[in-house]
Design a protein around this ligand. Structure first.
Ligand SMILES: *Cc1c(COP(=O)(O)O)cnc(C)c1O
Length: 390
């Protein structure tokens, strides 16, 4: 008999009823050190007092108003995002998938608006993940996500990850956009080289194609900069944000330049819940904390410490691990065996980690994890690896 919850997830036999910072407390009282953070969502940890205050203060005033009206909380968050980034304008969504959906629509509308409705091809990359809508699975194109869900939305072409020669051959006067995660998350914590991202920007410039960055997982301070593309010193035309921006409250956004958004006039897109006061009140608080230079400097300091300890861990367990990769607190341990085994062994050490493709174990702690917690996490990973060595 089918479970009452649609069984699309292979769930671990663990349930959590409370959280405190980097710790998730299971229904049996066991404290788990959380290096998953809801898959890069809880950037400020569980039950963060500042976020709880922002949410409850807003909850006592007004929860939901339609986008038929002005929403001051939404305008405040849009102001913060525009001030901190390349963007001139922001549309709020409830998830990364919805952000991907709008990014795709915005690209198509742009080319229609400038009189080239035939320019629909969006170039994407193997290993990409942009969500589970029909548009987002067509964009990523992986067998696992698209099988049985055809016919797929046309207009996407996947190129091998990081293959600049393939991109140079594919991009041209018919290309609508290039869409890429600066650091692939689900694909296995794979950063694109800064030089390659600059080259992609230049190729877009030369052909007129829009550059769409998916920073749903790698954005919001995760890599040690507010957004990962800042390392390359380039800016996109359109960017998707979600996960960390709500600190655990469902929230996403599409950021765009005025030119890229030119076609998106009144009536062209909408959302009932997108940009609701609850989500935006929390999002504004997250932005105020995370977009701060001192906060990001701390992320980088702790990331360097974490990485150094992980290099030691890899050296101590050459049969289990191949190496460390990633940027900031978006870290991956490339494993020799299936990462699922390590995830399971980590549960045994009361440690939460997340598997990814390309045999990678993802470590995505809250950005305010402490040095002691980092040391504790590595000690637990070491014991988990011991159990696999044995
Ligand atoms: C998680 C993710 C998405 C989808 O976001 P949802 O909130 O799950 O819809 C899109 N892109 C990237 C890079 C992601 O990591």
């Amino acid at each position: 008999m089918i479970s009452h919850v649609l069984p699309t997830y292979n769930r671990a036999p663990l349930a959590f009823e409370r959280g405190e910072g980097a710790w998730a407390i299971a229904t049996d009282g066991t404290r788990y050190l959380d290096l998953g953070a809801g898959i890069a969502v809880n950037v400020l940890g569980h039950a963060n007092p500042d976020l709880v205050a922002a949410l409850t203060e807003q909850a006592g005033r007004i929860w939901h108003v339609s986008n038929l009206y002005q929403i001051p909380e939404q305008e405040k968050l849009a102001d913060l995002l525009v001030e901190a980034t390349f963007a001139d304008t922001v549309f709020f969504t409830n998830s990364g998938t919805e952000a991907a959906e709008l990014a795709i629509k915005m690209v198509r509308k742009y080319w229609d608006h400038v009189g080239r409705p035939d320019r629909i091809e969006i170039l994407t990359f193997e290993g990409a993940f942009h969500g589970r809508s029909t548009g987002a699975i067509a964009a990523a194109g992986s067998e696992k996500m698209v099988k049985g869900f055809g016919p797929l939305m046309p207009g996407f072409r996947q190129l091998p990850w990081g293959d600049m020669a393939a991109l140079e051959a594919a991009i041209g006067p018919a290309t609508a956009a290039v869409m890429i995660e600066p650091v692939q998350g689900e694909g296995g914590i794979r950063p694109i080289a800064d030089d390659d991202l600059r080259r992609i920007r230049a190729l877009c410039e030369a052909t007129g194609a829009l550059l769409v960055l998916d920073e749903v997982q790698c954005g919001m301070g995760r890599t040690g900069r507010l957004f990962a593309h800042e390392y390359a010193g380039i800016t996109p035309d359109i960017m998707m944000v979600a996960k960390g921006i709500g600190g655990g409250f469902p929230l996403g956004a599409v950021l765009a330049t005025e030119a890229a958004a030119a076609g998106m006039v009144a009536g062209t897109h909408g959302s009932t819940y997108g940009g609701n006061p609850l989500a935006c009140a929390v999002g504004a608080k997250v932005m105020q904390i995370v977009a701060d230079g001192n906060f990001l400097a701390e992320v980088n300091r702790k990331a360097a410490l974490f990485r150094q300890k992980l290099e030691g861990l890899v050296a101590a367990h050459p049969q289990v691990f191949e190496g460390v990769r990633g940027q900031g607190l978006m870290l991956g341990l490339k494993c020799r065996a299936a990462p699922a085994d390590l995830v399971k062994a980590s549960y045994g050490q009361h440690l939460l980690t997340v598997p990814a493709a390309d045999n990678t174990l993802r470590l995505l702690p809250p950005l305010n994890i402490t040095e002691d917690e980092i040391a504790e996490a590595v000690a637990r990973l070491d014991r988990a690896a011991d159990s696999l060595d044995a």
